[in-house]
Design a binder for this molecule. Structure first.
Ligand code: NOJ
Length: 618
């Protein structure tokens, strides 16, 4: 009887079983369509991007170097911290000439970090906690120990042209080959290295063990795209692209770069001695990024294809593309966003705070305002800002800009509109570690020798995470660690800050929670007070709480009258949500009301306040 009721257009009789299948398909499709429509913005807009330097995060096998299992073991910590996206610096197979940025196999895990199975476990664990995982992608160069390079050296096809090879300009009187041009390596000295086997020089923007890949070879371009696909197949949620602006060099390798007179660098082997018109931001770079973007947008889990095609960047499985580009001229940075009709990266890192403020006395309200305005003013239509405070290449915030400013600067970057990027350990205010010449690992430091390495080494900001007050700061149970642990770990560590009544860690967690609220996630922004000493901003949204963030960036305690400075109508008082740990006063402790006419802030303090209203003065 039932059989009779269901007829297929093709003539054969449908069973109730096939009807059930059709219904399941309909339910799944409607769920996906509904889900897509509900998503108003890509997942990474609400997220904090937390950078993990895997060598220094947590060591589970006692060899003194952090590993992937160590990251997985800290999943609860990361979840509680409120960071929803991890960017993990390279853990791929590498001889470690540049701490993993010299990759000898782009599609495998280096044994010091674990195995592919460990990565699968890490991804599974993080995804089960709704934490996305973004991998480091290093397309500009490989290690000279990569099989491609070894075969290129022997001129084996199709690898012969995978790298940038050039004939010598000539030979010196003593018969030594002369490099084709004067280009310098970022790590000091000529960017050209002679290989007798091939009778040619190869080009290396960074360490001589990091030969540059040749993107003029289309087959190489495809190989590199396969690397992206490999990691997306394994579940990577996106990529942070290393050193993107160096992807191409001009075709004419006989061109010398001009001396940078303004830089005033005397050492003619130092990178900044020259300007770099021929080795950065070549137009071809944008074609390649466009191609990656397209591939990432159409590339997705096959079950989600239908939904993905409807709203590619909004879907929860959309892949994030962040690019690392440093440039003095902001236009050279923001062009990596592309546009609505020609999307490139989701965002290029905004390194302006790092690049424009070098020490404590550089930090003023007016300077920060200029940096913020500059990014907003140059942001292409429809694009999203981001704020970077630190990384594995820069001195830690507490050492570079001031320990007193740790909380205030986290308030700024976590509560402004945009995606903040936090380098591991900044949530507890870790400081640079003094490293002896003997212990120095960073090639950028070592190339300057024992007398000058301190100015150039990046090791001080790369030392192990300080988890607790036990040996090796709870980072490793081994006899020693790859870089020394900072001496201050007994007092400055995660455990101590979790137990303290007020701490950097607690402030950070409060900020991470606050930024999920609609007023911060979608609210408007106004700056009621901007002076050298104080920067204050308001985040507000109709029918949602209004927040006021006040930062005393000066090196003195101040009393601010917010009513006097502002062009907004504000209530007489407000309640404190969170404050910098340096403020121990009863008045500003979280909860009670404080007067907005006489707000007291200790030096470097930040305060987050909730207001009953804020109106524009007519
Ligand atoms: C930029 C990375 O941030 C840095 O750490 C590395 O040394 C170079 N690229 C070379 O890969």
């Amino acid at each position: 009887m039932l059989k009779k009721m269901f007829f297929s257009p093709f003539g054969e009789t449908r069973t109730p079983y096939s009807v059930v299948r059709i219904m399941i398909v309909i339910v799944v499709i409607s769920y996906l369509l509904k889900h897509c429509k509900k998503e108003k913005r890509p997942w990474w807009k609400n997220s904090i991007v937390y950078q993990i330097y895997p060598r220094s995060f947590h060591d589970t096998n006692g060899d003194g170097t952090g590993d992937l299992k160590g990251i997985t073991a800290k999943a609860d910590y990361l979840y509680d911290l409120g960071v929803k996206t991890l960017w993990i610096s390279p853990f791929f197979t590498s001889p470690m000439a540049d701490s993993g940025y010299d990759i000898s196999n782009f599609v495998d895990v280096d044994p010091i970090f674990g195995s592919l199975a460990d990565l699968d476990e890490l991804l599974k664990t993080m995804h089960s906690k709704d934490i996305k995982v973004v991998l480091d992608f290093v397309p500009n160069h490989s290690s000279d120990e990569h099989e491609w390079f070894q075969r290129s050296l022997r001129r084996e096809e199709p690898f012969a042209d995978y790298y940038v090879w050039a004939d010598p300009k000539g030979f010196s009187d003593s018969g030594n080959p002369i490099p084709p041009n004067n280009w310098l390596s970022k790590f000091r000295g000529s960017a050209w290295e002679w290989r007798e086997e091939r009778g040619q020089f190869y080009y290396h923007q960074y360490h001589r063990k990091q030969p540059d890949l040749n993107y003029r070879n289309l087959r190489l371009q495809e190989e590199i795209k396969n690397v992206l696909k490999f990691w997306m197949d394994r579940g990577a949620d996106g990529f942070r692209v290393d050193a993107l602006k160096h992807l191409f060099e001009v075709e004419d390798l006989s061109l010398d770069e001009p001396v940078n007179e303004e830089a005033g660098v005397e050492d003619n082997l130092q990178y900044n001695y020259l300007k770099h018109p021929f080795t950065m931001n070549q137009p071809e770079t944008f074609e390649v990024v466009r191609d990656w973007r397209k591939m990432m947008n159409t590339y997705s889990d096959k079950w989600f294809t239908l939904c993905r095609d409807l709203t590619p960047p909004l879907a929860p499985w959309a892949r994030l593309l962040i690019v690392q580009v440093y440039n003095k001229d902001i236009q050279d940075v923001v062009k990596y966003y592309g546009s609505d009709t020609d999307p490139l990266a989701d965002f290029p890192f905004n390194f302006r705070i790092i690049k424009k403020l070098h020490n404590r006395s550089d930090v003023t309200g007016t300077r920060l305002m200029k940096i913020i305005d500059e990014w907003f003013d140059n942001l292409p239509e429809g694009k999203w800002p981001n704020w970077v405070l630190g990384s594995h290449d820069h001195s830690r915030v507490a050492s570079r800009l001031g320990a007193d400013l740790v909380d205030a600067l986290n308030m700024l970057t976590l509560l402004l509109p945009g995606t903040p990027v936090t380098y591991f350990g900044e949530e507890i205010g870790m400081q640079d570690t003094e490293i002896s010449w003997e212990d120095t690992k960073d090639p950028q430091g070592r190339n300057f020798g024992p007398d000058h390495y301190r100015k150039h080494s990046r090791d001080p900001c790369r030392t192990p995470m300080q988890w607790d007050a036990t040996a090796n700061a709870g980072f490793s149970k081994g006899p020693s660690t790859w870089l020394p642990v900072n001496d201050n770990y007994k007092t400055l560590n995660v455990k101590a800050q979790s137990e303290a009544r007020e701490s950097h860690l607690k402030v950070y967690k409060t900020l991470a929670r606050l930024r999920q609220e609609s007023s911060f996630a979608k609210g408007k922004l106004a700056f009621p007070v901007v002076t050298d000493e104080v920067l204050a901003f308001i985040r507000y949204l109709e029918d949602e709480p209004t927040y006021l963030v006040v930062l005393n960036l000066s090196e003195n305690d101040v009393v601010v009258d917010l009513h006097q400075h502002t062009n907004l109508e504000l209530p007489p008082d407000a309640s404190v949500i969170t404050r910098s740990v340096s403020d121990k006063s009863e008045e500003n402790s979280p909860g009670p009301k404080v007067s907005l006419s006489a707000l007291m802030l200790v030096k470097g303090e930040g305060l987050v306040l909730q207001l009953t209203f804020a109106k524009e003065i007519e």
